[in-house]
Design a protein around this ligand. Structure first.
Ligand code: DX5
Ligand code: ZN
Length: 216
């Protein structure tokens, strides 16, 4: 089944809880939470106390995307603060396998992310240990960027690799999704779609329903 994961990076933080609830009521199954440390990516977003506070806003699957150096330092605290899936970047971890095992030992699902310029082969050694592969379709750091078309081929390559290994690992994509281009990553083999500005820009209920209709 295809899943929509609205990224709250583009939400109105003065009414964040209400907006999260609205995405849930409109049918979005996941909620995407972008953590940026100002080192792995040039921007700083939000972190543990915010996650803990909004955890009670909905019953969605909280899909936490860590854009931080050496994520091993924080996975335990994100698990305790309400993450259901913890995704970290292969480029940011000196021992990705250690991070994967740690997240699993906390009873959470593991996602492994790659930036647009990182080849799919970089995650091959880990693919049968993870629950989800995140293929970034913009350079991580900011919402509202344009989908990088060259990444579609990487999604296709990743799906083929996963199929060839006899696995059913989820492929999430993140960045630049609009109601006009959402069919492209889905056709290439992605099944979890992150959308920030396409959900929170304008009428949230209409946006979620419109995106979900195109994901069937
Ligand atoms: C970028 C973040 C994305 C971002 C997507 O670093 O990981 O989750 O919020 O935003 P849009 O959908 O606006 O490109
Ligand atoms: Zn993200």
């Amino acid at each position: 089944m295809n899943i929509l994961s609205p990224s709250i990076l583009s939400a109105d933080f003065t009414i964040l809880g209400r907006q999260i609830k609205e995405t849930e009521e409109a049918g979005a199954q996941y909620l995407h939470f972008d953590v940026m440390d100002g080192i792995f990516v040039p921007s700083i977003s939000f972190g543990l106390p915010v996650l803990k506070s909004i955890r009670k806003a909905s019953n969605q699957v909280y899909d936490v995307h860590l854009m931080i150096e050496e994520p091993i330092r924080y996975v335990e605290q994100f698990a305790e603060s309400g993450a259901d899936i913890i995704t970290f970047h292969v480029e940011a971890a000196s021992d990705p396998r250690e991070v994967i095992d740690k997240i699993h030992s906390l009873g959470k699902k593991v996602g492994l992310a790659i930036k647009p310029k990182t080849p799919v082969e970089a995650v091959k050694p880990y693919i049968n240990h993870i629950d989800m592969l995140l293929v970034m379709t913009v350079e991580p750091g900011f919402g509202g960027q344009k989908y990088i078309n060259e990444c579609t081929e990487k999604i296709r390559e990743a799906r083929k690799m996963i199929n060839d290994m006899g696995l059913t690992t989820d492929i999430e994509i993140d960045g630049g999704v609009t109601s006009d281009n959402i069919g492209t990553p889905l056709e290439a083999g992605a099944n979890v779609i992150v959308a920030g500005s396409a959900v929170f820009g304008g009428d949230i209920t209409d946006n979620v329903k419109n995106l979900l209709a195109k994901m069937k």
